[in-house]
Every structure is written in structure tokens, then in C-alpha cells.
Design a protein around this ligand. Structure first.
Ligand SMILES: Nc1ncnc2c1ncn2[C@@H]1O[C@H](COP(=O)(O)OP(=O)(O)OP(=O)(O)O)[C@@H](O)[C@H]1O
Ligand SMILES: [Mg+2]
Length: 290
């Protein structure tokens, strides 16, 4: 059986909550953990390319939107390499219009569940637009996991909770394979009473495991974006890099399947790997003694 990569979509109907910043930096951190990562941008604003410092490709080159236009197009033909190991990128088409698309929410999902993609990648991260349209619906429908970045002030939370309710309904329908959902607090300050209060309220409503530790405000993230590099390659010791590194490890350990965890932990985190090996050995010895 083919193991398809885990697909994590990053979405929020509200604009400017840190979706693209998260897509670029999470993808870079995952790649640094030896997880073969494909970042797909389906937002016509084309901002992820800027964050990766990639110039606009040839005007006629295939894009992520090619698969929304035609059932025959493939994602594979739109993949571009980046300067960083284990990290590849699929750009959007800035000229895409919903009227160009087929009326089908499953196009991206089908384009991703291909053996050629499965051989090359462990993880796919999809950066989605804020506007509700065919691209966002395709970005939600292909997701195994959904991250919703929110800025914790009450208005932002209102819009995000609406999206979460919508997503939970989708997950309940079982039509989508959505296995994980979580809110990612963005640009928060744990010394601000209002932020703490709102996040506590969100934990009480959705469960503590649905509210991740989040990404604190850090101007290095803005600087890195301007320099066309993921933060770990621009300001490796910054708070933003540290927060995204912690997020990547959390998602690796809690969302990615065990076969990928084991392989990547083996190459990146010796102490944890040794502990895991010890557990496996102990289990084998116990089984043998039974
Ligand atoms: N943790 C952070 N600290 C400081 N600034 C941040 C942080 N996260 C994001 N920003 C800044 O907030 C702005 C919006 O972020 P970003 O473009 O990632 O949001 P978005 O949700 O992708 O927006 P859009 O809806 O337009 O696609 C950017 O200027 C970005 O640099
Ligand atoms: Mg964006």
C-alpha cells in the first residue's frame, strides 16, 4: 500500500493572521527535521514565493491553480526546488479567477494522492487564501490536518471560531479525511491579560489540545520574510525561529505517522530516538518472556 504524505492546510477566513508566515516557517522547520516537505501556495497573492525568495516562474509554467482549471493537470509538473534541503514549492497563479475553475472541491486532493508525490514527500503544507472560493474549498477538502492561525483579540477569535465550527462540521460529515485540527495563537503576548483570557476561553470551549502553544510576536519573522528566507536561515536564534521549531516538533510527534517520526527522529534527535529504541527492546524482551 502506498503511504501518502500527510497534508496540513493552514486556513482562516480572516486576513493577515499569519497563515503565510506559518506556512513558510513551518515548512522550513519540518524540512530541517529531515521531513521531505512540499509547500503549496493556492493564494493568488503569491506571498509564499516572497518568503522563500523565489522569483516568479515563467508566465506559462504550471502552477497549483493548473489543477483547479483542468482535470488533466498534475501537481508534479508545477514543483520547484528551493535552496533548502527537503523543501520544495508549488507556486500559485496570480491571474487565477474562480470562473476559470471546474466546480469541484476534490481536484487538489486527487492531484496530491498520486504515487509520484508519495515517493518524494512525507508532508504537504498548503497555504490558503482568506477569501471563500474554489481554491480555499479545495485547500480544506484535501487536508488531513488543519491549522487555524488566530491573533487573540476578541474580534479575530469570533471569525476564527466560525471557521472552526464550519471545519468541525466538515470533519463530522466524514467526507473529508480531516484527522487533526488545531488553533495556532499568533503574535500573542503571554504577559497580556486579554490574550491569556481569550486563549483560556478558547481552551475551555475547544479543549486544551486544540489550542497550540503558538507563535509570539517577533519582528525577526517580518525581517526574514523581507529578506526572502525562512526565519531559521535568517535569524536562527530568534524567538520566532524557536517557536516554529517547537511547533514543527509538536506536529511531527502528534500528527505525523509513526514511520516518519521514527525515521526523522533517528536523524535529528538522538536522545529521543535512543529512548524509543529502549522501549522497543523492552517490549520485545517482555513479549519473548511471555
Ligand atoms: N509572530 C509574528 N510576529 C510579528 N509579525 C508577524 C508574526 N506573524 C506574522 N506577522 C506579520 O503579520 C503580517 C501578516 O502575516 P501573513 O502575511 O503571514 O498573514 P496571512 O494570514 O497569510 O495574510 P493574508 O490573509 O493576506 O494571506 C505580515 O506582515 C507578517 O510579517
Ligand atoms: Mg497569506
Amino acid at each position: 500500500m502506498t503511504d501518502f504524505p500527510l497534508v496540513i492546510s493552514i486556513a482562516n477566513r480572516k486576513g493577515g493572521t499569519g497563515k503565510t508566515t506559518t506556512a513558510v516557517n513551518l515548512a522550513a522547520e519540518m524540512a530541517a527535521l529531515s521531513i521531505r516537505t512540499l509547500l503549496i501556495d493556492i493564494d493568488t497573492q503569491n506571498h509564499a514565493s516572497l518568503g522563500l525568495g523565489l522569483a516568479q516562474a515563467d508566465f506559462n509554467a504550471p502552477t497549483a491553480h493548473s489543477v483547479l482549471r483542468s482535470g488533466d493537470a498534475t501537481i508534479e509538473s508545477a514543483i520547484r526546488e528551493t535552496p533548502w534541503r527537503n523543501l520544495a514549492f508549488v507556486p500559485p497563479d496570480p491571474l487565477f479567477d474562480d470562473r476559470d475553475a471546474l466546480d469541484d472541491f476534490g481536484m487538489l486532493d486527487r492531484a496530491l494522492r498520486q504515487v509520484g508525490i508519495a515517493r518524494r514527500f512525507d508532508l504537504i503544507i498548503v497555504d490558503t487564501p482568506s477569501s471563500l472560493g474554489i481554491a480555499l474549498m479545495n485547500g480544506l477538502a484535501c487536508a488531513d490536518g488543519l491549522l487555524v492561525p488566530i491573533v487573540p483579540h476578541s474580534l479575530a477569535l469570533d471569525g476564527s471560531l466560525q471557521l472552526m465550527r464550519f471545519i468541525f462540521r466538515m470533519a463530522l460529515l466524514k467526507a473529508s479525511g480531516l484527522a487533526h485540527t488545531a488553533i495556532l495563537p499568533m503574535m500573542f503576548d503571554d504577559r497580556t491579560a486579554l490574550h491569556t483570557e481569550i486563549l483560556d476561553q478558547a481552551r475551555a470551549t475547544h479543549g486544551a489540545d486544540k489550542i497550540l502553544r503558538g507563535i509570539r510576536t517577533d519582528l525577526h519573522l517580518i525581517e526574514a520574510f523581507g529578506a526572502g528566507k525562512p526565519s531559521r536561515h535568517h535569524a536562527p536564534r530568534s524567538r520566532g525561529t524557536g517557536d516554529y521549531h517547537a511547533l514543527a516538533k509538536y506536529l511531527r510527534d502528534n500528527w505525523l505517522p509513526p514511520n516518519i517520526q521514527d525515521r526523522t527522529i533517528a536523524t535529528t534527535d538522538d536522545s529521543k530516538y535512543t529512548e524509543r529504541l529502549k522501549q522497543i527492546c523492552r517490549k520485545n524482551i517482555n513479549d519473548a518472556n511471555r
